[in-house]
Design a protein around this ligand. Structure first.
Ligand code: B12
Length: 582
């Protein structure tokens, strides 16, 4: 997105962010922070105190992502994990609940959107049970702060004894079927930050998984660090809450990740504590045995980085089935068993690592990050954003989007040309992947013959936040001289149907990943019927569906085909799919 000089970045009649923080603080004062089962068992009042105690005892802490179909299934998985890890002689310290995206919506909207991967907390008992089922500390890092339900969710989490509530980086996510606008959503978020500020002295922390938000679209790791500093300036300095950062799932280079961990620790203010460092999620394929190599290498460097900086931050190993679907509880335990074993051996390997190289890289990241941070603060002020109003700041950056922000404020050279993007100082792995995949796709598709391609006018978009495949589909189409209508991410079925109708589209190309492929397709077809549209639908991504009777999302490619949807495993299938109906 390029800023429109004719259109003001912010509306004239928005609420004052400072008043919203004050309102949040008032609401925060009405609730009492709970103490979880884990903390009670260890005689501490908070996750932070627990971690300090464990760190002092020399314990390597671990964290897991967990989100089954329902809360009942998730609670059962927690019990099984607790028992099985005890049997195998270790334990897991915390879990981050991967909730259904509908958790971010007011309950009256739940039935109007497709069920996605992850549980819903529906009753007060469910919320309390997150911290009471087993002595494993919950982090509610998804679909809480940043959503239209920010305030209610933050309050319930605090009352349940959840200390880390997120997710600052998810501030740009949209929620299916929600009719409100970005001002309303960000206002709720700012209020929730006020709630968290009230409980900062009780060790409540606003968590932020950097990879969930704009950082996933940045080309430069310096921008990651700069963005972390930027979030800190809003949460810690403006609002008076405490930010706790997670990072790692989109970085496959263990050396860069070790340097990033050192950098994230180096920029932390005194007394702050980060949430979790994640193993890579992107280098995995369907070759499960080969994925073990990715896991082990990544873990080794992450554990060594922990030993080097002594942060006391838990490590989150990625189950080897990551690229296939959401994991079973057994697959999660297995990944932690690997972590434990590497943890036993890591200290002996400390001296074999080239720390001066990693620390020099970390220093460059910090220096570049500080430049990004200074640039963005000065740049926003220049655009007329009131830099002591958190609502104005959040709304402004949300409206600018990650590409515009990096193009303006990156630490490296300014863009060579508008289309080029920035020249990254330390390129992100996602940027490297994109460049490599794009050139491969360009080479393949531009070599194809293009019969009657000019008649093709597809709409392209993603049903959720996953955006990388959409970028590639667009690239492939452009290589064929087809200019698509790009619907973007988080596109609801009625929006796809409206766009197809309005533009006389010849196909709708959908990427979907959140375990809702079938439910979404049926809703889309109903929207098509309502508009009497007969346009081919092509779907790719994770074509699976959460089902109450199955422990993990089930592949629904055949069901989609039966509905008449064209299913594509990869971009190569696009050409054949596009010919259909022409
Ligand atoms: C990167 C990633 C993320 C990033 C996305 C960053 C971004 N801005 O795009 C982040 C960290 C933000 C993220 C968030 C989430 N993620 Co995610 N994510 C992934 C991951 C690691 C890679 C997906 C990806 O982009 N691959 C690269 C692209 C190029 O490959 P691809 O998607 O496979 O697409 C290829 C083909 O499928 C095909 N294709 C895809 N779409 C289309 C469309 C058409 C028309 C065609 C022709 C072809 C085609 O072509 C592509 C090239 O071959 C996968 C796991 C994995 N390794 O696959 C999990 C995964 C998809 N995520 C998952 C989940 C659950 C989530 C969350 C809901 C978690 C949560 N509760 O917060 C959120 C989403 C929330 C939201 N608001 O939507 C699950 C889905 C579970 C399931 N149903 O099985 C997965 C499988 C992880 C797991 N094992 O649990 N995620």
């Amino acid at each position: 997105m390029r800023l429109d000089p004719e259109r003001p970045l912010l509306p004239a009649d928005m609420p004052d962010g400072r008043d919203l923080v004050a309102e949040g603080r008032r609401l925060g004062n009405e609730i009492t922070m709970g103490v979880s089962l884990l903390c009670r068992e260890h005689g501490v009042r908070s996750e932070r105190a627990y971690r300090q105690k464990m760190h002092a005892e020399g314990r390597l802490m671990t964290s897991m992502n967990l989100g089954m179909q329902t809360w009942a299934d998730t609670a059962e998985a927690l019990r099984c994990i607790h028992d099985e890890t005890q049997r195998r002689g270790f334990r897991i310290d915390r879990y981050n609940m991967n909730a259904d995206r509908r958790m971010g919506l007011p309950p009256e909207f739940w039935s109007q959107a497709a069920k996605e991967t992850g549980p819903m907390l529906e009753t007060p008992e469910d919320w309390r049970a997150t911290a009471e089922t087993v002595p494993i500390q919950p982090g509610l890092g998804d679909m809480m702060i940043g959503t239209p339900m920010s305030v209610a969710n933050a309050c319930r989490a605090i009352e349940a004894g959840v200390c880390n509530v997120g997710n600052m980086s998810q501030f740009n996510w949209r929620y299916p079927g929600w009719p409100g606008d970005d001002v309303e959503q960000m206002a709720e978020m700012v209020k929730a930050l006020g709630v968290m500020a009230t409980h900062a002295d009780n060790d409540a922390m606003v968590s932020s998984y950097l990879d969930d938000g704009f950082c996933a679209q940045f080309d430069d790791y310096c921008s990651y660090i700069g963005w972390a500093l930027f979030e800190r300036s809003i949460v810690d300095e403006l609002v008076g809450a405490r930010l706790s950062i997670s990072y790692g799932g989109l970085t496959r280079s263990p050396v860069v990740k070790a340097a990033m961990v050192l950098a994230l620790e180096a920029i932390k203010p005194d007394g702050a504590m980060n949430s979790a460092y994640y193993c890579d999620t992107t280098a995995y394929t369907a070759d499960i045995e080969a994925n073990h190599a990715v896991l082990v290498t990544d873990l080794l460097y992450m554990i060594l980085a922990q030993l080097r900086c002594g942060s006391g931050v838990p490590i989150n190993p990625t189950p080897v089935t990551e690229a296939v679907r959401a994991p079973t509880w057994q697959e999660i335990v297995d990944a932690h068993a690997v972590t434990r074993r590497i943890g036993e051996q890591a200290a002996g390997l400390m001296d074999s690592i080239d720390w001066p190289h990693i620390e020099a890289l970390s220093a460059r990241l910090v220096a570049g990050g500080r430049r990004f941070h200074d640039n963005i603060l000065a740049g926003l002020a220049e655009l007329g954003v009131d830099m002591i109003d958190p609502l104005q700041i959040l709304l402004a950056v949300r409206r600018m989007g990650p590409h515009e922000i990096e193009a303006r404020y990156a630490a490296g050279d300014v863009p060579r040309a508008e289309a080029d993007g920035i020249e990254p100082l330390i390129p992100t792995d996602t940027y490297r992947d994109l460049v490599e995949r794009r050139s491969r796709i360009h080479a393949t598709f531009s070599a194809r013959t293009r019969p009657k391609m000019q008649h093709i006018r597809p709409v392209v978009g993603s049903t959720d936040i996953h955006e990388y495949a959409v970028d590639l589909v667009v690239e492939a189409l452009r290589a064929l001289d087809i200019e698509p209508i790009v619907a973007g991410v988080d596109v609801d079925p009625d929006v796809f149907a409206e766009l197809a109708h309005k533009h006389g589209a010849t196909a709708v190309l959908i990427s979907t990943h959140n375990g809702m492929a079938l439910d979404y397709a049926e809703r889309l077809q109903r929207e098509f019927q309502a508009r009497e549209l007969a346009v081919p639908i092509v779907m790719g991504g994770k074509l699976n569906q959460d089902r109450p009777d199955a422990p993990v999302p089930v592949d629904v490619s055949d069901d989609l085909a039966r509905l008449g949807i064209h299913v594509c495993d990869d971009i190569d299938g696009l050409l054949a799919a596009l010919r259909i109906g022409n």
